[in-house]
Write a protein that binds this ligand. Structure first.
Ligand code: DGL
Length: 282
């Protein structure tokens, strides 16, 4: 079974793409609704919460955990992969943790993650890429750092959308969400002297839920990179190389939440994914 973790409902955008792509794989999703949103928390808190969630998913039988959350990935993935996992019994069993920044950077730079220097010829050498994310994702700086390593002439503009994920979780009105998206895009334009970015990374798994609003405010020439599809492509490649993570899977799907009232979460989740199965308490 593959565990997919997010601070709340945002990771469902990734999970949905994975379930569609791998119908015979088994997934357990864990949403930390008790602590959502993560985006404005301290790095130490995010590392602790992400470690606890990953450990809980391994304990429930996941052999591979995908952090379906940019904030958790940007702040905690490296720490979990390099400092925590090697000291746990999970490592000896061959379990692993993956994040979603690496596949997104690969797609944005058209360069494999393992290649950390500019390659020649480079496509889109002088593009501007806008990254929309939570406060903590933007402050972690991993997107510009990793994109520039591979494509140094690309301009990366980051924009904090500090209230957007929380507003999506809280089912804010379409008008309010539209206002927050427009504000974020205006923030990017202010950094580019009004030039629209060539590409936009919705660097928060909640944001595909309002992708239509980003589309509305960005010109047609700006390509929005769809993280759920990018992550599904990347996982397909990974599972091809490591089929043991889905050996014996029977296509089950389980949704867990740390919220006290799982029924409330199930109801909210249906707004984003109409036939999503019910959440259970973790
Ligand atoms: N969905 C998450 C992300 O991709 C985090 C949102 C939040 O909890 O602030 O960044």
């Amino acid at each position: 079974m593959i565990g997919v973790f997010d601070s709340g409902l945002g990771g469902l955008t990734v999970l949905r793409a994975l379930v569609e792509r791998f119908p015979s794989a088994s997934f357990t999703y864990l949403g930390d609704h008790k602590n959502v949103p993560y985006g404005n928390r301290s790095s130490a808190e995010i590392v602790d919460l992400t470690r606890a969630a990953t450990d809980a998913l391994f304990t429930r039988g996941a052999r591979l955990v995908l952090l379906g959350c940019n904030t958790a990935t940007a702040v905690a993935a490296r720490q979990l992969q390099q400092a925590w996992l090697p000291g746990t019994p999970w490592r000896a069993k061959g379990f692993n943790v993956l994040g979603i920044v690496a596949p997104t950077v690969e797609a944005a730079t058209q360069t494999p993650w393992s290649v950390t220097t500019p390659q020649y010829p480079q496509k889109n050498l002088t593009d501007t890429i806008a990254v929309f994310g939570t406060t903590r994702t933007v402050m972690a700086g991993v997107y510009p750092e990793e994109i520039r390593k591979r494509t140094p002439k690309v301009t990366v503009v980051q924009q904090i959308c500090s209230e957007l994920a929380g507003a999506i979780e809280a089912e804010a009105s379409e008008n309010e969400l539209d206002r927050l998206v427009a504000e974020g895009i205006a923030g990017v334009m202010a950094q580019t002297s009004g030039m629209p970015p060539h590409r936009a990374i919705l660097g928060c798994t909640h944001f595909p839920l309002v992708e239509h609003l980003f589309r509305r405010h960005l010109p047609p020439a700006t390509r929005i990179l769809s993280q759920p599809e990018i992550v599904a492509d990347s996982l397909e490649d990974y599972l091809h190389r490591h089929p043991r993570y889905v050996d014996g899977n029977t296509g089950t799907l389980e949704l867990l939440t740390t919220a006290v009232d799982a029924a409330v979460i199930s109801k909210r989740a249906r707004v984003f994914w109409p036939d999503v199965p019910a959440f259970q308490s973790a």
